[in-house]
Design a protein around this ligand. Structure first.
Ligand code: UD1
Length: 327
């Protein structure tokens, strides 16, 4: 299959591209390298550097004969989205509308879209399944929800078949240590812990230790990025075989607390990783855990590498590799 991976130099996109190439697909990447990095691009890929906001350029690339596209080009910091909604409106909403229109113009009718558990908002029940009410608590989640709704209309009106993958907390790096381009200025827990471990930050701030959880810190469903990549491959195969659109959660169905992750990171890295307890971060729910039953049913997918040891060990290898080569 000839697949266009939009945002393929980024954290999740680079893992998706790597796995698709491993499975023998012909990979082209679009990325503006604003958060992605050239380090994540492998020689066998065709690379088009440019911006999804540049519509004529986007159409010209998308017209080069692809069987399907995967769209992962978006801004994703939930906190920042509340301070800079205009950035998220432009990059996520306008950027995606451009991709949908360009796909229609170019005759690409299969799309896998990076959605997020952020579309659900404050959990009404756990585990969260796809029927859970969708009421995002941040603008980032709103952009993902609006795009899903737009996809449904393009499915009906333009015949664009899609699978929307609602990621829970993506973490970890390639199991074979081949991807080591790191995220710039990360805000997510695992990369922040890694930056403390390598000495880039003085300490981890633990956002809240008074939640109604076993140790008081926030509980999330961490899903290894290779598991996510496998789901994208399964979604593409399914779309080619049976062009029917749907949205599924991707999670490990396990909850891990901030303090459990920190503890595992201290053991695996052998670093002290200082922490300070600060107040809750606004908009953070106490606990989020996925039901991934629909992904199992529709994609034959389940998490296989999302234990805390694999998540931390693969992240640590990427960070130590990067800083060994940077030094
Ligand atoms: C959020 C989104 C998620 C999105 C992800 C992408 C919501 C509810 N969730 O996840 O859908 O895919 O961003 O970026 O909008 N923490 C600390 N200290 C830190 C960083 C995090 O204690 O320095 C804690 C948080 O309070 C939370 C956990 O670690 O309990 C995970 O946080 P984070 O990695 O930022 O992800 P979410 O906010 O869960």
């Amino acid at each position: 299959m000839k697949v266009l991976v939009i945002g393929g130099a980024g954290y999740i996109g680079s893992h998706v591209a790597r796995l698709l190439a491993d499975k023998g697909h012909d990979i082209s990447i679009i990325d503006n390298l604003s958060s992605g990095t050239e380090e994540n691009l492998f020689p066998e890929y065709a690379f088009f550097r440019g911006d999804i906001l540049d519509y004529p350029w986007l159409v010209s690339v998308m017209k080069q004969g692809y069987d399907a596209a995967v769209h992962l080009a978006a801004a994703k910091a939930a906190g920042e989205s509340m301070r800079r909604p205009e950035k998220y409106a432009t990059q996520n909403l306008t950027g995606t509308i451009n991709i949908l229109n360009a796909a229609c113009e170019a005759g690409i009718s299969r799309l896998v879209f990076s959605s997020s558990a952020a579309i659900y908002g404050e959990p009404k029940y756990l585990p969260i399944d796809e029927a859970h009410p969708k009421d995002p608590t941040n603008f980032y989640g709103f952009t993902k929800l609006e795009i899903e709704r737009c996809l449904e209309w393009y499915d009906r009106l333009k015949g664009l078949r899609f699978v929307a993958l609602r990621y829970f907390n993506a973490a970890g790096y390639d199991l074979e240590g081949r991807v080591h381009g790191l995220e710039k200025n990360p805000a997510n827990l695992v990369p922040v812990i890694m930056e403390v471990a390598v000495g880039l930050r003085p300490h981890l701030e633990v956002f809240g230790t008074d939640y109604p959880t076993p140790d008081g810190s926030g509980v999330r469903d961490y899903i290894h990025v290779t598991d996510l990549a496998e789901a994208h491959c399964a979604a593409l195969v399914r779309l080619m075989k049976e062009p029917r659109s749907f949205a599924v959660n991707l999670g490990s169905e396990q909850g891990l607390s901030v303090l459990e992750i920190l503890d595992a990171a201290r053991k695996i890295t052998g670093r002290s990783i200082p922490m300070v307890m600060t107040g809750r971060r606004p908009g953070d729910p106490a606990k989020l855990v996925a039901s991934s039953a629909a992904a199992k049913d529709l994609l034959g997918w389940e998490a296989k590498h999302s234990d805390v040891e694999t998540i931390i060990a693969t992240s640590w290898r990427a960070y130590t590799h990067h800083f060994a080569h940077d030094a």
